[in-house]
Write a protein that binds this ligand. Structure first.
Ligand code: UDP
Ligand code: MG
Length: 315
């Protein structure tokens, strides 16, 4: 039995020794407790602060560590994907390099997996050392995405989670470029559950998610799983068509049954109202088709099989 640990690393030089020690202890503990091997895949996401060399020194010290260097900085979500692709374990757990996620939690994730769950995510109970702004926007974001998408992304959960081989293989079939990993993992399904943990603050360095990146991340999340923004035009269009209809009736009433109508006003207001409604409606129609085209171009598989009983072929 092999459990893999995927850790994306981007400019984390000061934190690497501590990371190495903690993860090494975790590997020993995994062996002791579960009699299983821990494979550690460190994905260097194009670091430029010397992390590359520091990482390269690790496999010689401990053969359980493996290093994957990406050719440049592709971003957190792509680095995770690369790690999942290269990991060989029966389970793969993704964890940050900055030790905000305590490595010891992995033992709890594995224990849950042993109970039969295929995805075990770590839910943050507390978050230390984050700004009030980050906490508030994160909270808002997870609630919005819960509202407007059909997938069930667990609240207050990052990418710290364990996936069974089956879920990993399913995830790897998703080929979209704007990846919102935590959404995709929820989307593949399988038996999922959570384990709570307290998130520590960063020991070294700064977050790599400044506001601009967080915003892009949020937009990737929403646009990968929701057509709501495209559908806004449809809703507004229908609403405005209905309002226009009554507006036009009213304009005609004023023209024919009262003497308040100014010369040329009726035709003008009818044209404005009619065109406004028609345009928004047409935009909405385009949005609906665009949304579906978008869905198709992602070429996501239609389904994954969780378990199949009584078949010759294996799920
Ligand atoms: N990371 C990465 N590529 C990037 C940015 C970040 O691989 O372009 C890694 C980083 O080294 C860390 C993890 O992704 O292990 C999470 O990043 P960070 O701690 O900055 O995010 P936060 O915890 O503040 O959300
Ligand atoms: Mg962090």
């Amino acid at each position: 039995m092999i459990h893999s640990l995927v850790i994306p690393v981007y400019n984390e030089l000061p934190g690497i020794p501590a990371l190495f020690e903690r993860v090494r202890r975790l590997a020993d503990e995994t062996e002791r407790r579960f009699g299983a091997k821990l494979e550690v895949v460190l994905v260097d996401d194009g670091s430029r602060d010397g992390s590359e060399a520091a990482l390269d020194a690790l496999p010689a010290k401990d053969a359980r560590f493996k290093i994957l260097h990406l050719s440049r900085n592709f971003g957190h979500q792509v680095a995770i994907t690369a790690g999942l692709e290269w990991a060989a374990g029966d389970t793969v757990t993704v964890m940050d390099a900055d030790l905000q996620d305590p490595p010891e939690t992995v033992l709890e994730l594995i224990a849950k997996w042993k109970e039969g769950y295929e995805v075990v995510y770590a839910v943050r109970r507390k978050r230390e050392g984050e700004t009030a702004f980050k906490l508030a926007t994160a909270k808002l974001f997870y609630r919005i995405i819960q509202r407007i998408t059909h997938i069930d992304i667990p609240l207050d959960t990052g990418d710290f989670r364990l996936m069974d081989r089956k879920a990993v293989d399913a995830f790897l079939q998703l080929s979209e470029r704007h990846r919102f990993v935590r959404g995709l993992v929820s989307w593949v399904g399988f038996r999922q559950t959570g384990v709570t943990y307290d998130r520590a603050s960063r020991v070294h360095g700064e977050t790599h998610y400044p506001f601009k990146k967080m915003l892009k991340f949020a937009l990737d999340g929403i646009t990968s799983f929701s057509m709501f923004p495209l559908q806004i035009a449809t809703y507004v269009g229908v609403l405005s068509a209905v309002v226009s209809f009554f507006g036009i009736c009213w304009a005609l009433y004023v023209k024919f049954f009262t003497d308040r109508a100014v010369q040329g006003w009726t035709s003008l207001i009818i044209v404005v109202l009619f065109l406004g409604g028609a345009q928004l409606l047409a935009l909405g129609v385009i949005g609906e088709y665009l949304g579906r085209t978008y869905d198709e171009t992602r070429r996501r598989p239609l389904y994954f099989v969780g378990r199949a009983i009584g078949f010759e072929r294996k799920a």
